[in-house]
Structures are given as C-alpha cells and as structure tokens.
Design a protein. Structure first.
Length: 288
C-alpha cells in the first residue's frame, strides 16, 4: 500500500470514485474545506463521483443537509444512502423476510431520521409492544449516544416481543462534531446477542454497490472507493473487487496518530492486515 500525502496521484489513475461522506467529506456538522476543494477538482477534471453513505436518511434529505454545509449538488455525480436503500426495500420487498414485516413499526432513532418513513404505508408505534418490527437508525434523542448501557432496556423489550430489526446504518461508531458516538450497527450487534433477527442495508454489503456501479457507468478497474472505515468502506470495496483508498483522519485516526501530528505507517499497515483488507493507498485526509 502506498502512503500518499494527497489525493492528486489517485485522481490521475481512476475515472470514477465511490466516496464515503461521514469522516471523508464532513463530520456530520461541518463540511471539510479540503474535501470540498477536492470534489471541485475531480469535477473539473471530468471525473465521476458517487457519494455512498451509511446514513439512515433518504437521498434528498442528505442532499439538503450537504447544501446547508456548503456542498452543492454540482460537486458530485450522484448519491446513494443506506436510508434510501431501506426505503426501496420496504416499497419493493426483495424477499419473504421483508414481505412479512407488517405495517406497524417502532422507530429506534432520532427525530432527524424520520424522513426515512415519508410516503411509506407504515404506522409508527410508541412502543415495541404495539409494533410488528423495529427500524433502527441509531441512538435516539433521549439517551446518551456514547453509552451502550443506555439502550439495553429498549433492545431487551424489542427482543421480548421477537421483533425483526432493520438496521439502516451498519456503521458501529462515528465521530460527530469531534465526539465519538454509537451508530445503529452497534445497537444491531447487541440486538443479535440478545437473540434478535437483524437485516442490515449499507456498506459493506455487496448489494449496495450494484446500483452505485450502474450509476457510474464505468468498468470496476476504473473505479476507486474512498473511505475512513476499514470494516465498511475498505472491506465493502474489497467485497466487490474495487480498489480502495483509506482516509486515515476519520474513525481510526485516534488509534493511528503519531507524536508528530501525522499517522504511524507501521500501525496503519498492521491495522489493515488485522482487518483482512489491503487498500491500494492511504491519505491523511481527502485533500488534493
């Protein structure tokens, strides 16, 4: 793996890019100016960019959020979120598991994720006891999002009623405004430990990449995936034979930082080996 100081050399080698959002383009609160600049340079070079995010909200809601951050639609070719994938699966069930979910749903997640339900023929319930299934979009607004113990009782209640769980964000943790918080994926893992039946949509599931590659319209060898998570972004790319670039300043940054303010290459390569992945390159940030 190459350890590059900027993204420009990779921009020359590939024609299409599958870009993670959180930790690469923004931190959930603010856009990274260096990333916005990099998107503009890729656009000006005629490159195609598809934003693929494990955010549990529809595409349009995420577009709106990015516009508010100063990331206009013109800077990227397309977008696909795990929330959009969940909506599509609820509208057109891909198999019997989805078809038999029912229409009464308990939402485990914050109010800002409610757009995932817009226009769907579902009834939101106030408690798991009244629901047919649970849609998990992550920690809600009423509990500490950094403490798994806060969610033990509600997960146990869902398990007691044997509710199937849709996990709309397979990420385990994320850095939001500089603070490490749990994601829906962590709640889903705990629910499985309690005996719960879970389906997750998003990276690293290979199914999420099929519409992405179709939108890019390029052969896989011309496409590079870019992300900050070994378990979702880099592993997901490997699962569909895409080359990957690992952005070190994201979710793993704290573990890989060296005393000089950079990143330790020995620990970086050891972490990739331990995760069973082999990105073609690393960059400190998604910056030109």
């Amino acid at each position: 793996m190459e350890h590059l100081t900027g993204f420009a050399p990779l921009a020359e080698r590939y024609n299409g890019f599958v870009l993670d959002l959180w930790g690469v383009i923004h931190d959930g609160v603010n856009a990274f100016p260096h990333a916005v600049d990099c998107l503009a340079r890729l656009r000006d070079a005629g490159k195609r960019t598809l934003l693929l995010s494990n955010v549990p909200r529809p595409n349009d809601a995420v577009r709106t959020m990015m516009r508010q951050m100063g990331i206009p639609d013109s800077l990227y070719t397309g977008i696909l979120t795990s929330g959009e994938a969940v909506r599509l699966a609820l509208i057109s069930p891909p198999d019997l598991w989805w078809a038999e979910l029912g229409q009464r749903v308990y939402h485990l997640g914050p109010e800002r994720d409610r757009p995932v339900f817009d226009g769907l023929p579902l009834v939101l319930t106030d408690s798991p006891a009244d629901a047919n299934f649970v849609l998990n979009t992550g920690p809600d607004d009423h509990r500490n999002p950094s403490d798994m113990a806060e969610f033990e009782s509600i997960l146990a209640e869902c398990a007691q009623h044997r509710l199937k769980m849709i996990c709309a964000n397979p990420d385990l943790v994320v850095i939001r405004g500089g603070v490490r918080v749990l994601c829906a994926g962590s709640l889903a893992v705990r629910y499985q430990e309690l005996g719960g039946d879970v389906r997750s949509l998003g990276k690293p599931d290979p199914a999420i990449y099929q519409p992405v590659l179709e939108q890019l319209g390029l052969p896989p060898e011309e496409v590079l995936a870019v992300g900050d998570s070994l378990l979702t972004d880099v592993a997901g790319a490997a699962g569909v034979d895409l080359a990957a670039c690992w952005v070190l300043s994201g979710i793993h940054g704290r573990d890989l930082a060296d005393a000089a303010g950079g990143f330790d290459t020995i620990r970086t390569e050891a972490a990739a080996r331990a995760a069973g992945v082999d990105p073609v390159a690393t960059v400190p940030r998604f910056a030109w």
